[in-house]
Design a protein around this ligand. Structure first.
Ligand SMILES: Cc1cc2nc3c(=O)[nH]c(=O)nc-3n(C[C@H](O)[C@H](O)[C@H](O)COP(=O)(O)OP(=O)(O)OC[C@H]3O[C@@H](n4cnc5c(N)ncnc54)[C@H](O)[C@@H]3O)c2cc1C
Length: 265
């Protein structure tokens, strides 16, 4: 039977994004007062795995790295139909950049073992680097296809996928085991059901700490992070309206000047 790992991230509730603050010194997100929810693109990754399970049979393991509170989103995935939920949680994992996150998750995937496919969202709604999936694939020695908008399960050897382009898609066959990052166009995630929530109550989340992964504290979290955010800048993209006065020719001349002054011509 196919074994699929779905990587899910607990992110601050985007509806409360205006309450998020960034530490001016460390440039890290101050998340403490904002409730965590399941990253929306990861719902599409899980839905894809659930549909594959329904049509072809599969064992779905959800994997998340985060603080203990992230257990709630792992439980939510189990209520939606995942067979197993694993939370990688240890103070040493804190402050990880995309590389250290990918390394910790990849170590988790290796510990799960015999994995046929790893599904990730294309991006998280908070960090949004889109690097975690591709970096994990390199670490796991798997081929990667990003921006997947359709999966056609073939045999146990390979799948066909459509990968989104700006104005279309690219259809390709990928050898398993493979890692796919998915877009919103892939499917419509199902809603939580009451029976799913009741069933998930009995399911236990597996927690793995640093020692369980058998890696050094130097390779994870902030210590294992080779990148650092050095600046965060909000771009002012508010529109301004200016009415031009004069004849048509004068208005055209003024418009031309404004475009030149604005560096647009
Ligand atoms: C300005 C800024 C400040 C930050 N501050 C902090 C901070 O204070 N503390 C902190 O912990 N992080 C912080 N981060 C976030 C941290 O750098 C990223 O969460 C982490 O590196 C993962 O990268 P990403 O979110 O960009 O993932 P992306 O590459 O955008 O995510 C793609 C997919 O990878 C998977 N994925 C990503 N992360 C996880 C995960 N943890 N578990 C399971 N699956 C995952 C999901 O499937 C997700 O859809 C900050 C990021 C930014 C931009």
């Amino acid at each position: 039977m196919l074994k699929i790992v779905v990587c899910v991230k607990a992110v601050p509730d985007p509806k409360l994004a205006c309450d998020l603050k960034i530490d001016p010194v460390t440039k890290t997100l101050l998340r403490c007062d904002v409730p965590m929810v399941l990253n929306s693109l990861d719902k599409h990754a899980l839905e894809a795995a659930l549909q594959i399970k329904a049509e072809n049979g599969a064992y779905i393991c959800v994997l998340s790295m985060g603080p203990p509170e992230a257990g709630s989103i792992v439980k939510e995935c189990m209520a939606l139909g995942a067979d197993k939920g694993i939370l990688l949680s240890d103070p040493c994992f804190g402050g990880a950049d995309a590389y250290a996150t990918a390394y910790t998750l990849a170590t988790g995937v290796q510990k799960i073992g015999d994995v046929d496919a790893v599904l990730c969202g294309m991006a998280s709604s908070d960090g949004a680097t889109e690097w975690v999936g591709p970096e994990m694939a390199v670490m796991l020695g798997m081929p990667v296809v990003t921006r997947v908008r359709e999966i056609i399960v073939g045999n146990d050897e390979s799948w066909e996928v459509k990968s989104a382009l700006e104005n279309g898609y690219r259809r390709m066959r990928v050898r398993l085991p493979a890692l796919l990052t998915v877009t919103r166009d892939l499917n419509a995630p199902r809603a939580l059901s009451f029976s799913g929530i009741i069933k998930a109550r009995k399911k236990v989340i597996t927690q793995w700490r640093l020692d369980d992964l058998g890696v050094s504290a130097e390779t994870v979290g902030i210590k294992g992070s080779p990148t650092i955010v050095t600046e965060m800048c909000a771009v002012d993209n508010a529109r301004r309206v200016t009415f031009l006065e004069g004849t048509r020719e004068e208005k055209a001349e003024q418009l031309l000047q404004k475009l030149i002054e604005g560096g647009l011509l």
